[in-house]
Every structure is written in structure tokens, then in C-alpha cells.
Design a binder for this molecule. Structure first.
Ligand code: GTP
Ligand code: MN
Ligand code: MN
Ligand code: MN
Ligand code: MN
Ligand code: MN
Length: 212
């Protein structure tokens, strides 16, 4: 029952790819969570389990790689693949099958919101790749990617574990995220069985206590 309510909460306001594309007046943006399995361990004792890539953006916020796409000129997936080549520095084709959800961007608060700008539609993708590919993305993104040091300050991995001190996922979640990237992360961890509902609830609760 708890799980169902949680999923409903996460699912609120979601649109299919097709429904979202019907908004021809919207600006559209696509972002992707790239991840792999891993057998590596932190300090030889905390299983890392999955490598999940996010980025520190130019504005100091955490987000997923990707960006603005113009559906009148390119498909969503072509646009996302283009953004990845700019931000990560290598081709990583994303396909329709990797689409997870679309929704309107949460309204930005003044002074950033403008009554003249059209609404932003966000499309979210998740793609599992090999651990070696993740490592290659990290190497290239930090060296030859066009946007390195400009739009993208660096790629970061998401710690999924919780240490005795409480360090790990809760601290990561306590940082500031762009748009609804935090909830995209949390709902994907649940959806793709990378964390349990109980772990996520604990980590989210703790993350809210950290700066308060
Ligand atoms: P430019 O090349 O400078 O235009 O940037 P971009 O095309 O890479 O766009 P960006 O990645 O900044 O995404 C466009 C907008 O989408 C942002 O201004 C945010 O409002 C939103 N956004 C960015 N990253 C994320 C993310 O990870 N999740 C969600 N939900 N929204 C995001
Ligand atoms: Mn050390
Ligand atoms: Mn970009
Ligand atoms: Mn971007
Ligand atoms: Mn762009
Ligand atoms: Mn750009």
C-alpha cells in the first residue's frame, strides 16, 4: 500500500512521449540517466552496486546530461544524442525505447520566470550501459568534450550506499538539483530496482534534516 502511494506520487503529472510532443508551443528538453552495474566496493566493504552518472552544471546545480531539443528540426532522441556528444564528448545513441517519462517543468520562481517564455516540457530517459563505457564517458567528458569547463563542470557518480555515519545517498540528495532532477533520480532508483523504497524514504528524510 505504501509502495503504491509512493509510486502514484512519483507518477503525478506524467505524460507519454506522444502526449508531450503534442505541445508544439512548448520548448522541449531531454535528459538521460546513464548507469551500469559494478562489482567494485568502496574501502573494500561498501558494495557500490551501480555507477550512476550526473553532472555538476555551470550554475552549481546537479542535473543529468542532456539539453534543449527542437522537435521541428530533430527527433527528441537525435537531439538528446547531440547534447550528449557536446556534454560528454562521445556518441551514445539514445532510442525511443529508453524513454521513461515526460512532464512539464516545475514553474521557476521569480526573478527567473518570464511571462513571455513558453513552457518547458521535460523528457527523461534511462539507459543502462557497460561499466567500461561509463568509465570511457568519464574520461572523455573530463578531457575533450566541447562543453567541459563551460556548461559542464564535471561528471559525478551517485553514492547509493549509506555508511554508519549516515554519509552516502542522503548527503548526495541534500544538494541542490536543477528542475525535478532529484525526483527523476529517486523515482528511477526505485523503478530500476537500484534502491528499496525503505532505503529511499530514509535517505530522503535524512537529506531534508541535513541543512535544516
Ligand atoms: P544550452 O546548450 O546552453 O542551451 O543548454 P542545454 O541545451 O544543455 O540545456 P539544459 O541541459 O540546461 O536543459 C534545459 C533546461 O532543462 C534547464 O534550464 C532546466 O530547466 C531543465 N533541466 C536541465 N537539466 C535537467 C535535469 O537533469 N532534469 C530536469 N528535470 N530538468 C533539467
Ligand atoms: Mn582515500
Ligand atoms: Mn548542452
Ligand atoms: Mn545540458
Ligand atoms: Mn543545448
Ligand atoms: Mn550548449
Amino acid at each position: 500500500m505504501i509502495k503504491r502511494n509512493f509510486l502514484l506520487l512519483m507518477a503525478s503529472g506524467q505524460l507519454s512521449r506522444e502526449e508531450a510532443l503534442e505541445c508544439t508551443r512548448c520548448r522541449h528538453a531531454c535528459h538521460v540517466m546513464l548507469y551500469s552495474d559494478t562489482k567494485s566496493q568502496l574501502f573494500g566493504k561498501f558494495p557500490i552496486r551501480h555507477i550512476i552518472l550526473m553532472q555538476m552544471r555551470f550554475d552549481g546545480l546537479l542535473g543529468f546530461p542532456g539539453g534543449l531539443v527542437d522537435p521541428s528540426k530533430e527527433t527528441l532522441e537525435e537531439g538528446l544524442t547531440r547534447e550528449l556528444s557536446e556534454e560528454l564528448g562521445l556518441p551514445l545513441p539514445i532510442s525511443v525505447e529508453d524513454h521513461v517519462e515526460s512532464c512539464f517543468a516545475p514553474p521557476s520562481s521569480p526573478p527567473f520566470s518570464s511571462p513571455f517564455s513558453s513552457r518547458l516540457m521535460l523528457h527523461f530517459y534511462v539507459k543502462k550501459i557497460e561499466e567500461e563505457q561509463i568509465r570511457e564517458v568519464e574520461r572523455v567528458a573530463a578531457s575533450t568534450a566541447t562543453d567541459h569547463g563551460q556548461e559542464v563542470l564535471g561528471m559525478v557518480r551517485v553514492p547509493l550506499y549509506t555508511m554508519k555515519s549516515g554519509g552516502g545517498l542522503a548527503h548526495f540528495l541534500s544538494h541542490s538539483f536543477i528542475g525535478n532532477a532529484r525526483s527523476q533520480l529517486v523515482s528511477s532508483l526505485l523503478r530500476f530496482n537500484m534502491a528499496s523504497l525503505e532505503e529511499l524514504r530514509k535517505a530522503l528524510t535524512r537529506s531534508q534534516e541535513i541543512h535544516s
